[in-house]
Design a protein around this ligand. Structure first.
Ligand code: GLY
Ligand code: MN
Ligand code: MN
Length: 436
């Protein structure tokens, strides 16, 4: 993305900061996988949103004065011997050249300047979910300042960075929507590849490998979350990620898989038959979930609440479950007593963006639910989970799990289903398989 985009986000962020305040945003910390080997590095989402900078050991400092504002980036310095092991760094000079911030210094300077930065303004914004060690350093410095009789200010008002960033990230710009669309076009290739493959007697993780390959082959470095490949009854574990069972010819597979493209997520679930063809009972459950999903998507528009969508999904699924003999009784009464939640236990969807579960607000400051607005992107993902060992269920439905999930943009006119090209109807899914 163009550096100008990050610059204008920082400017927006500064406008929303309280007067006489300083914001500290830390890059993500490299996580250890085992002993001295590391997980692949992924930048902190807020830090990336405001800088576009992907290196470790960096700090963004935004300073808001009475009349002026300043942006400072602290970055790891160039170091030939370390770069030999872990790769090239931009260093101070490289960052100055590519990033439009007022000042660039090394990370070591941050340690030395922290106290000075903190006492320069009355208020401090901090990501309270940053690594403990980093927060502790800030706290120690504030504590030391509180003893000082000469410090200009002792910041005693702390604010959460996310108070500002979450709201900014809620409304996606056209550039961000394009990135989500690109992620989805890659995710589509992977889902279609797997739909068209022979799958019986493969281990679930073999399909996971197909997703990883297709993602990378098409330019997405990573998945946006650990892929769920859940054959048969495994689909009744909502976030099943073991992916280590054999796939059986007569089962469905619930696949929740989406790539991350240039830091933007996609999140798609499809449920498909191993054999390529749904049996009668599987089809009944599938069609009910699909009908529900389409109905909920259709209701997405400005002003609607997520809780309205949730209730719509519950009513549709509950009605269907009564018709199929899964639940008995009056739909309204069943919902009132939460009986439907036994088989549809999760939410209808969530915000999506740089994080697959984008941490944008669901409630306003007064605790009131935030209504949908143009530019928001959310998932719609109803499901029915019918465990194998649930003896209250008609036998033919035991062990079936179906979730269907798409990524939906709220528009001025209503909605755009960003993932509408990913096969979803029974006919489309069966046709893709028959092409092999
Ligand atoms: N892939 C996780 C979710 O659907 O929320
Ligand atoms: Mn989701
Ligand atoms: Mn998902």
């Amino acid at each position: 993305m163009d550096e100008l985009i990050y610059k204008s986000r920082r400017e927006d962020f500064l406008v929303q900061m309280k007067k006489s305040s300083v914001a500290l945003l830390f890059s993500a910390t490299q996580k250890i996988r085992s002993n001295d080997t590391e997980f692949p590095y992924r930048q902190d989402s807020d830090f990336y949103y405001l800088t576009g900078f992907k290196e470790d050991n960096a700090v963004l400092v935004l300073v808001k004065g009475e009349k002026s504002a300043k942006e400072i980036l602290f970055v790891q310095k160039k170091d030939k011997s370390l770069e030999l092991w872990t790769g090239k760094r931009l260093g101070v000079e490289g960052v100055k050249e590519h990033f439009d911030v007022d000042k660039v210094y090394t990370s070591e300077c941050f340690e030395k300047r922290l106290k000075k930065i903190l006492q320069s303004k009355k208020r401090v914004y901090l990501d309270l979910f940053s690594e403990e060690k980093k927060l502790l350093r800030v706290r120690e410095n504030i504590q030391e300042l509180s003893h000082s009789r000469t410090a200009k200010y002792t910041p005693i008002k702390l604010y959460h960075v996310r108070e500002i960033s979450q709201k900014m990230r809620a409304i996606k710009t056209p550039v961000e929507i394009e990135l989500i669309k690109k992620a989805l076009s890659i995710t589509k290739e992977a889902h279609h590849k797997v739909m068209s493959m022979k799958k019986a007697e493969l281990v679930e993780y073999e399909l996971q490998a197909v997703y990883e390959y297709e993602f990378k082959k098409n330019g997405a470095y990573s998945d946006a979350y650990t892929t769920i490949i859940a054959g048969g009854d495994n689909g009744n574990t909502l976030h099943y990620i073991n992916n280590s069972s054999l796939l059986h010819e007569d089962d469905l597979i619930l696949i929740d898989a989406g790539c991350e493209y240039e830091m933007y997520a996609s999140d798609i679930t499809r449920t498909i038959p191993v054999s390529g063809k749904f049996n009668a009972a599987q089809k009944e459950i599938y069609e009910l979930v699909l009908k529900t999903e389409l109905k909920v998507i259709d209701a997405v528009k400005e002003g609607v609440l997520r809780s309205d969508l949730q209730m719509m999904a519950r009513e549709s699924l509950c009605e269907g479950m009564v018709e199929l003999g899964i639940l008995k009784g009056d739909v309204k009464e069943l919902i009132k007593e939460n009986y439907d939640k036994r088989y549809f236990p999760h939410g209808i969807g969530h915000w999506i963006g740089i994080d697959v579960h984008d941490p944008c607000p669901y409630k306003d400051k007064k605790g009131k639910e935030i209504a949908l607005q143009a530019g928001m992107v959310l998932t719609v993902e109803p499901g029915l989970y019918l465990p194998l060992d649930d003896m209250d269920l008609p036998e033919k439905y035991r062990g079936i799990a179906v979730r269907i999930e798409d990524d939906i943009l709220v528009t001025k006119k209503g909605f755009e289903n960003l993932s509408c090209e990913i096969a979803k109807s029974v006919a489309e899914i069966e046709k893709l398989y028959s092409r092999t």
